[in-house]
Design a protein around this ligand. Structure first.
Ligand code: MG
Length: 375
């Protein structure tokens, strides 16, 4: 099923470095389509619906969850991949899987779990995403995990410490040799950034934690808002925000495609191997990158550190720490399947259990363990 429209430097499913466990080739779909399909059918993927990054799941029905975030990333990544004649299915698979290892309660949850795991090898959501697809999903008779292709797994592992890279063999090699992953993986990575910067503005404004007046001081927002107001001078409220954000996304996607196409032309890679040896070829222009930096700083100071977010984060941190301590003290509190696994590496198994929880499940489990009137 060789697609002639695909560029020579694209990842080619028929030339995949393969899966950890040998399988017969798929019929009627490519290897990367099969990866994408397996991810969508996984339990961890369905849980993304009840996991959040900034807002906790019960705070409102219109905020992004990790599931809608992953779909937005996939949508952006596919557009970029198609424009650059890359493999859309691979970039989509990576985008849909990139957050599978996230703990409940977003970054706070991850930091809290990392603190609990400090003396047990730490916790890193990126590595956990790989653990989910390599090990934790239990669906197939012949192997643990989803048995995805090397290229999808390589894309999921965005960053990695040298110490962890050494333990990962072939997959960790690029971090030790400072090589790049496929262009499809690079696209999924930057599409993640486009998606969260824009939806955090949208969610921030929707929640009232950010004000339109305040964010209008940020260059990238200001220049797109000015474009909207030139065309619709009387526009206000949600429509003004939506028209501004959609123009920002368009600018970022267009800039990413244009800048990357120029870099690809300049380096002229003739294969994925040459892509891996080159500097990162998927990139924003320096102007857009600077503007994004400014926006990120703004979101850090005003949204992620807003006292209402901090208040929720403090609660989330306590929940994760309490759960971890309770299970470490008495592993009989774990569900039976985890008790069996906990005989080998207790702390890691507890981390797997907690990381797999959705926001609401973690809250419920905490109540079951600590509330006297709960059974
Ligand atoms: Mg993400």
């Amino acid at each position: 099923m060789r697609n002639p429209a695909i560029a020579p430097y694209a990842a080619r499913p028929e030339k995949s470095r393969g899966r950890l466990h040998r399988e017969a080739p798929p019929r009627g779909r490519s290897e990367y389509q099969r990866d994408r399909d397996r991810i969508i059918h996984s339990t961890a993927f369905r849980r993304l619906e009840y996991k959040t990054q900034v807002f906790v799941n019960h705070e409102g029905d219109h905020f992004r969850t990790r599931l809608t975030h992953s779909l937005e990333v996939a949508q952006i990544a596919r557009s970029v991949a198609r424009s650059l004649r890359l493999d859309e299915d691979l970039t989509e698979a990576i985008a849909l899987a990139h957050d599978l290892g996230h703990t409940p309660f977003g970054h706070t949850g991850q930091d809290a779990l990392h603190a609990c795991m400090r003396r047990h090898g730490g916790f890193e959501h990126n590595l956990q995403s790989l653990r989910v697809v390599d090990l934790l999903e239990q669906r197939y008779a012949a192997f643990d995990g989803l048995n995805l292709t090397f290229e999808t797994r390589e894309g999921i592992l965005k960053h990695c410490s040298r110490q962890n890279a050494r333990a990962l063999g072939e997959l960790g090699e690029r971090f030790l040799k400072r090589r790049q992953p496929s262009l499809e993986a690079q696209i999924a990575n930057l599409s993640d950034e486009i998606a969260y910067n824009n939806h955090d503005i949208d969610d921030g404004l929707r929640s009232g934690l950010l004000s339109l007046e305040h964010i209008s001081g940020i260059r990238i927002f200001a220049r797109h808002q000015a474009l909207v107001l030139r065309q619709y001078p009387r526009l206000t409220g949600r429509r003004l925000i939506n028209e501004t954000v959609r123009r920002m996304i368009d600018t970022l996607v267009t800039d990413l495609i244009r800048t990357s196409a120029a870099r690809i032309r300049k380096h002229a890679p003739t294969s994925i191997e040459e892509v891996r040896l080159a500097s990162p070829l998927i990139a924003f222009s320096s102007r857009v990158r600077d503007e994004c930096q400014e926006l990120k700083r703004f979101l850090h100071q005003n949204l992620y550190r807003h006292y209402r977010v901090t208040r929720m984060s403090a609660k989330a941190r306590r929940i994760v720490a309490d759960l971890f301590d309770a299970f470490m003290t008495d592993t009989r509190l774990l569900p039976p399947e985890f008790q069996v696994r906990a005989e080998k590496n207790v702390a890691r198994v507890i981390a797997d259990y907690i990381a797999g929880m959705t926001d609401r499940y973690a809250i419920l489990e905490h109540r079951r363990l600590f509330a006297i009137d709960e059974t």
